[in-house]
Every structure is written in C-alpha cells, then in structure tokens.
Write a new protein. Structure first.
Length: 318
C-alpha cells in the first residue's frame, strides 16, 4: 500500500492565522469560498450519461494521469493514452483505480453541460463586484476514489463545480514563499507542467474545504492548491476564466520568462502597475508569434492505458 500523508480531517473550511492575506495579486476573489450550483439535478453525472460521453468524446481531448507520491509528498507524473475501451469499461476502470482523467474542451465537446454551467457561472460571477470574465474554458474531471492531485496552480481564475463524490481541496497563500514567480513563468511559458515545488511545511497554511455534490468552489487567482478524493469516485467540472487583468499578468509572466532565459533579471509582476503589465502582455503576443520559447510539454510520453480490474486502473502500453 502506498503511504498516505497524515493530513487533517476536519470538514469545516479552515483559515490559518499565520497568513492573513491569501494572495499578493489583486482581484475580487480573496479566499476560497463555496457557492451552490444546479448541475447535479440536471443529470450530467450519472453512469449512463458519463459512459455515453466517454464513447463519443474526441480522443485528442483526453488527459489521463497517474500520480505517485513519496512519504514527503513529492510527486512523479505518468501520462496515459485513451486506449480502446468502451465508454462503460473506461468508466469502470476510472471508478476502480487511481486515475485522474481530464476531458478538455467541454465548451465545444459537450455544449449542453457547458450552457448549464455558464448559467451558474454568471450567478457566481455576480457575487464578486468588478469581476468580468472575457474568456471561459472547461474540462470535465473524472477521478478514481483514491486519486490525489499534487500541489500546483492554474494560470487562470477557476470555478470548480462538483457533481459527484466527495473531494477535499487544500488552498494555500499565493505569496512568494508558496508560489515563486520564476515557477509561474515556467508554467505560463509551457516549460514545465503545473506542478510546483512543495514541502510538508506548507500544510499549516492551507485553507481546507470539503466539497459535496451541488457545491462550487472559487479561490484567489493563481492560488496554489492540491486535491484529494475522499474514497469515492468523483466528477467535477473545472471552469477556467480569464479577465483582462489576468491576461495582462499572464503576458507579463511569459515576457519575463523570455527575458530570464536571455540572462536578464526581470522584476516581479506584483510590483508592476497596469500600464507596464499591459505593455508586457503586448510584448508577449509578439514573442509568441516569433516562437521565442518552444513548449517543453507538448509531447509528454504516454506509457499506459486504462484497464478494467487492474490495481491502478491501468496497464503498460506495449
């Protein structure tokens, strides 16, 4: 049996006093907060519906991952291929194993779910004065009862709509100690995946939230977080959104990554005013067109495919 870390088990969202500010980046969302949603009652997470979606979902939009952890919480990632299982068998493999499956592009591949989720997103957005998303994108997450996602951040705002099972999220402060900008640059510039350097010493600083079906969670822009399923198969819709301030900052992070690769020492984006952020965003558009940094994660090696009945829900590719 793989060692499990002794995380606290309170179901009440916790706020540790050591870090009163949850983020150094301005924005309407200042801490993790739970909101209601109506997706569960519309039947999107039943076995029958999910098996049908898995049958017809485009294979190129699947991300299938296995995470392995050591006793210090350090993680190694394995990526898998869609394989040839039917939708019902693939669902069974996920329900039995340790798989974390992301179905990208929900906004085009499952328009009925997306339309319902956008209605709930607009209701949540209205609770945050000044929040105005200019783009939205989504991924449906199907994850095994024992699945855990490592410490990472998203280069976008996120609303996590939970539809099935029970899930625990640990949300950490977005300061330099927990989220170094040089690591953010590498993620935004696609030089590394979203996982971040992590230590068990971060745990006292986590805000801990248990999510039940019918609940959605928001957290501050860029806030590092990790996820544990609570011994049940889980279904969630993760909706990314960008505002103009987040687009400007992402562009500035990309430009800083290029400057750093050239031997420069760019200053951190949290010390930049809006005009400088916007100028670096504009520069990032030109740098991307010029191919200033090639992605290092575009072709991750896939070494397994799902299999019903195996310990992890997977078998090695032959």
């Amino acid at each position: 049996m793989r060692p499990r870390l002794p995380w606290p088990r309170s179901r009440v969202p916790l706020m540790r006093e050591r870090h009163m500010s949850r983020t150094r980046y301005p924005g309407p969302v200042t801490e993790a907060k739970v909101h209601p949603h109506r997706l569960v009652e519309q039947g999107f997470a039943s076995d029958e519906v999910l098996a049908g979606i898995l049958d017809r979902y485009p294979a190129e939009l699947f991300d299938i991952n296995l995470y392995d952890y050591d006793a210090e919480g350090q993680v190694s990632l394995r990526t898998g291929a869609r394989g040839r299982l039917s939708g019902s068998d693939l669902l069974a493999a996920i329900q039995q194993g340790r798989l974390w499956v992301n179905l990208r592009g929900v906004e085009t591949a499952w328009p009925e779910l997306w339309a319902a989720a956008m209605a709930d997103f607009r209701a949540i957005q209205a609770t945050y004065p000044g929040m105005k998303a200019v783009t939205n994108a989504g991924q449906l997450i199907l994850s095994s009862p024992a699945a855990r996602v490592p410490y990472h951040f998203d280069a976008a705002g996120v609303v996590l709509f939970h539809l099935r099972g029970r899930k625990r999220l640990f949300v950490y402060p977005g300061d330099e100690a927990h989220l170094a900008e040089v690591d953010m640059e590498n993620v935004v510039a696609r030089q590394t995946t979203e996982e971040l350097p992590y230590t068990l010493a971060f745990e006292p600083d986590a805000q801990i939230v248990d999510l039940e079906p019918g609940q959605a969670l928001t957290w501050p822009l860029y806030a590092p977080h990790r996820v544990e399923n609570l011994d049940r198969f889980c279904v969630s819709l993760s909706m990314d959104y960008q505002t103009w301030p987040s687009r400007w900052r992402n562009g500035a992070l990309y430009t800083n990554a290029v400057l750093r690769r050239a031997g420069r020492r760019p200053r951190q984006t949290d010390s930049m005013a809006v005009p400088e952020l916007a100028a670096r965003w504009a520069a990032s558009l030109a740098l991307k067109r010029a191919g200033a940094l090639k992605s290092r994660i575009a072709t991750l090696e896939r070494d397994f495919e799902p299999q019903v009945g195996s310990t992890d829900g997977a078998r090695a590719l032959r």
